[in-house]
Design a protein. Structure first.
Length: 84
């Protein structure tokens, strides 16, 4: 089968969407959003990232792990900032 008939590698597109979603969630949290719907979406997203980091393939695994840890750290910092 020639190269013209193969599916294109979409890894970079997936990484871009994952990073864009993580940035949007982070910006919303830093902006002060504490709504329960936001928290549910953010927790599901971070949980999915950790799940993919455990079960995923090599290059994508590290992106997911990095994004999950970064969002968790941002959420912790924002929580502590609003408490003190």
């Amino acid at each position: 089968m020639s190269k013209a008939h193969e599916w294109p590698n979409r890894r970079h597109d997936v990484i871009f969407v994952m990073v864009a979603l993580a940035v949007c969630l982070g910006v919303l949290r830093v902006a002060g959003v504490i709504d329960l719907a936001y928290q549910a979406v953010a927790h599901c997203y971070v949980g999915g990232l950790f799940g993919f980091a455990i079960a995923g393939t090599a290059p994508m695994r590290w992106w997911c792990l990095f994004l999950a840890i970064a969002l968790t750290a941002l959420e912790t910092a924002a929580f502590l900032y609003t408490r003190f």
